[in-house]
Design a protein around this ligand. Structure first.
Ligand code: FMN
Length: 143
């Protein structure tokens, strides 16, 4: 069994700005380097001003990574949605896959309430389904 953890947070920068894309590049570089060494997989959804991330791996490794992520100043209001045991990673191809909705114009409609932005009380399954769908669409575009 491995652990799957999902959280949401608010970005403390504008992901679509030049500085924002540098921050995102740095986050992904750190994430991919560490995660591939530590046997962590996952997917990061980036919206206009929010993040939703799925992390999966060995329970103790996920807990200590999440503790570091919690204190990262590049986001705030980090809300743990849920952790669950799963038999196999669902994002086995990704050290950290990523979709930047404002930059690539991909639609994350199921996660967005029309007038309220990201719903922070979203259920685990909705975020997971959205990340799986985005991962599949990236896979098809790169094939
Ligand atoms: C939205 C977001 C997602 C992140 N995802 C990861 C990740 O998957 N893996 C990782 O090692 N760091 C990730 N980070 C970076 C960590 O918060 C932290 O900067 C990194 O683990 C280095 O920690 P340290 O400076 O305490 O060594 C993420 C940061 C943010 C803001």
């Amino acid at each position: 069994m491995i652990t799957q953890l999902v959280y949401t947070s608010s970005a403390t920068f504008d992901p679509a700005s030049d500085a924002g894309s540098r921050h995102i590049g740095a986050i992904l570089e750190t994430a991919r380097r560490f995660n591939s060494q530590a046997g962590i997989n996952g997917f990061l959804l980036i919206g206009a001003d929010w993040f939703a991330q799925v992390l999966e791996g060995e329970a103790a490794v996920i807990t200590s990574l999440f503790r570091r992520i919690l204190f990262d100043h590049r986001h705030s209001d980090v809300r743990l949605i849920e952790t669950r045991p799963v038999r196999e990673p669902m994002f086995a191809d990704w050290a950290m896959g990523c979709t930047m909705e404002p930059l690539y114009g991909l639609t994350l409609t199921p996660l967005i309430e029309p007038s309220h932005g990201l719903r922070l009380d979203l259920p685990f399954d909705r975020i997971l389904a959205c990340a799986l769908r985005e991962a599949e669409s990236l896979r098809q575009r790169s094939a």
